[in-house]
Design a protein around this ligand. Structure first.
Ligand code: ADP
Ligand code: MG
Length: 282
């Protein structure tokens, strides 16, 4: 059976607001030396807002928003939801999509009246001009039948507790990293704001997985904290996978620990309790 001290620690963690799925994960939590954070929806609130809409020559803002709204109508991704809300608020009727193809780490493609509309990053819309993505906002490029049509820029806020939690983890001797599918300039700006020096950006889901594998192969024991579809493989491969309660079903299913109220303070407390329990029993 599970030692009483382990159960007691899990109960204490539960009171903090984190759900540890199995006693074995407590031991894993207690030996972690590196905490790897996803960015969007994990270190940031995941509720971005549109800050600018830039159209290609010959495309009106209304037209671009109609295409973008059609592409993102069924999106569960924070960027997609923000764009859909912006299109609604602008009073633009989005086109109706006949098919929907979500490509994690890239964006979405839909078919509208026989035309292929894509909304995503430069991997999905390769002819987007680099100048469309200057600065720290996250760009979502739109293309129609593979012709660049414009860019919607979005900004997200860091979570209130993120900076202090990063400082606390580092103070306790833990290494802190960020891995993200977002572009390097945006990732770097958020990392600087939070005091994170190790950043890997522009990663596809399987590249996130390989980043985790490489760290583990180097002897590190990792807690991976994430929320998205794109984080699920990495959550499964980390020493301990930790999902945000506000995250996707697949992230919560793939994780060993769930931060129920998505408060990063609960992560710091969870690691602290697990490490103390280790000194007592393990
Ligand atoms: P993160 O690792 O920061 O949580 P994701 O891997 O979920 O980010 O997304 C990485 C990138 O993929 C986004 O920054 C965006 O460029 C693109 N992307 C993902 N989903 C969508 C979407 N629904 N619409 C547009 N772009 C998207
Ligand atoms: Mg995310």
């Amino acid at each position: 059976g599970t030692p009483l001290a382990v159960l007691a620690a899990i109960a204490r963690i539960a009171r903090v607001g984190a759900f540890v799925k199995d006693g074995a994960h407590l031991e894993a939590l207690s030996v972690v030396d590196t905490v790897v954070f996803d960015k969007t929806g994990t270190l940031t609130r995941g509720v971005p807002t549109v800050t600018d809409v830039r159209t290609a020559p010959g495309v009106s803002t209304q037209q671009l928003l109609a295409w973008a709204g059609a592409a993102e109508a069924y999106s569960e991704h924070p960027l997609g939801r923000a764009i859909a809300a912006h299109v609604r608020a602008a009073g633009v009727a989005p086109g109706t999509a006949q098919s929907f193809d979500y490509q994690p780490g890239r964006g979405v493609s839909v078919e509208v009246d026989g035309r292929m509309i894509s909304a995503g990053n430069a991997r999905l819309v390769p002819d987007a001009p680099a100048s469309a993505a200057d600065g720290v906002a996250t760009p979502v490029h739109i293309s129609v039948d593979e012709h660049y049509a414009g860019t919607i820029l979005l900004a997200d806020q860091v979570r209130d507790s993120a900076r202090s939690v990063v400082a606390e983890l580092r103070h306790r001797g833990l290494r802190v990293m960020m891995i993200t599918g977002d572009q390097p300039a945006t990732a770097r700006a958020v990392a600087d704001e939070l005091g994170i020096t190790e950043v890997r950006a522009g990663l596809l889901p399987d590249e996130k997985l390989r980043a985790i594998d490489a760290e583990r192969a180097a002897g590190h024991r990792l807690a991976m904290v994430g929320d998205g579809v794109n984080d699920a493989p990495a959550l499964m491969r980390a020493t301990v996978g930790i999902a945000m309660g506000s995250g996707t079903d697949i992230a919560r299913d793939s994780a060993d620990v769930v931060l129920i109220s998505s408060d990063l303070n609960d992560l710091a407390a969870t690691l602290h309790i697990a490490r103390r329990a280790r000194r007592i029993v393990m």
